[in-house]
Design a protein around this ligand. Sequence first.
Ligand code: HEM
Length: 449
Amino acid sequence: RDRTTTRPREHTIVVSDPAIIRSALIDHADAFSNRPLPRFPAGRPITHSITSAPYGPLWQGLRRNFTADILHRSRLGVLTPLEREAAAATVASLSAQAGNNGDVVIRNTLHGAVLALFARLCFGADDDNGMDERALRTVLQMQQEFLSNFTLVRATDRSWLTRLLHWRRRRRHAGVFDRIDEVFIPAIMARRRRRSRDGVCGDGFRSYLDSLLELDIPIDDDDDGRARRPLTDEEIGFLIWEFLSAGTSSTVTCLEAHLAAEPGIQDKLHREVAAHHLRSMTGTAASELHLPYLHAVVLESLRLHPPVPFVLRDVRAEDVAVALGEAAVPPGGASVSFVLGGIGRDREVWTNPDEFRPERFLEGGEGEGVSLVPGPKEIKMMPFSAGRRHCAGVAMGMAHVKCFLAEFVRELEWAPPADGSGIDFTELDEFIKWMKTPLRVRVAPRLLK
Ligand code: HEM
């Protein structure tokens, strides 16, 4: 079986042509199913996460547990009340923070709320799930530190000189991983105690942690996973870190980009959402309701501002040559970087691609039927990537974004800041496409108008 290497490849190939991306990720999926392994501090079980496990029985087991058990579509309705509570708390907090003129910077509040929601899905829905406000603040800091150093650490990985020059930031980045055990292991132990005291899930809510406590993984990925063992607490801690981090920043980035939408679009969205009395509906995920305009707004935003700008693969030389036609790949193989950012703005596919026009995704529009994760047909956008390693949280990501957005436009009116400074759409050139200047908006309660 093809294995990925822990040594950074000397050679990186950047691919932005959608036809070649499709051919590599879908037609040559066997060769393009491993990510380059990051250099994490020695001693970490770096391959024991969905994102870093090589394609094989371990990855299959971890991913199946995640998608078929915890994130399965049939469970999304069960999660809706938690999503609504988180969205409502965010509305209350933003309203309270808005100054006299109504201006408020939303990113930190939103990030905290989305993280708290993921923590409940992960550790259990009760307040005493072991992740109090202090622990959540620590995780928020860890995520911010991790993301702010990620691009630099990757870029400086290749030579000892760049590693030496940037050792301080590299050390800070590695320090995040040193804190994972300290933050999560007490909560893991508390959940285990509760389960043995009160029965299987303690509070009756099957959390991601519950699934990990019950999961057996292959002892050896090379013998097709026949012999199995439970996960260690350290491995569970790392999987929890992945769960809390993989979706939080992309969900926040996605929402930030939506809320900058024009008033005309917002009013139309408000009319649709209000007509559905979303709040009174229970047991149905926002993503499952018939809200075509909400769906179109989310897709249009993902087309224009995909939160993850590129995806990486670790590939052997012969596979690169077959799939990409690269003649001069060194025998050591290559890292391939597939650029997702520009696909949705292709002028040959989209009319006036830089315009925010959700209508293109409604019936009869050029985007009707475009799928969130492209299959073997032409790729018109791919915010969640494609092929075997495409985003494992598509359904949950969409459900969260729609639920927050619906609650936001139902309760509040959003406008550019009162001081006339406008909205700066410049994105940071990093692993996650944050807006360079965190979005500041004017909010006003809708019901009082
Ligand atoms: C709007 C929200 C989101 C976007 C745009 C997004 C996008 C992506 C992208 C582009 C990838 C890389 C795929 C590749 O390498 O081919 C990815 C991977 C992944 N995402 Fe998401 N994501 C989002 C939300 C979430 C959520 C909510 C979760 C769940 C907690 C999640 C969990 C994951 C995981 C586990 C992977 C690794 C999959 C694997 O290696 O098998 N994502 N995501």
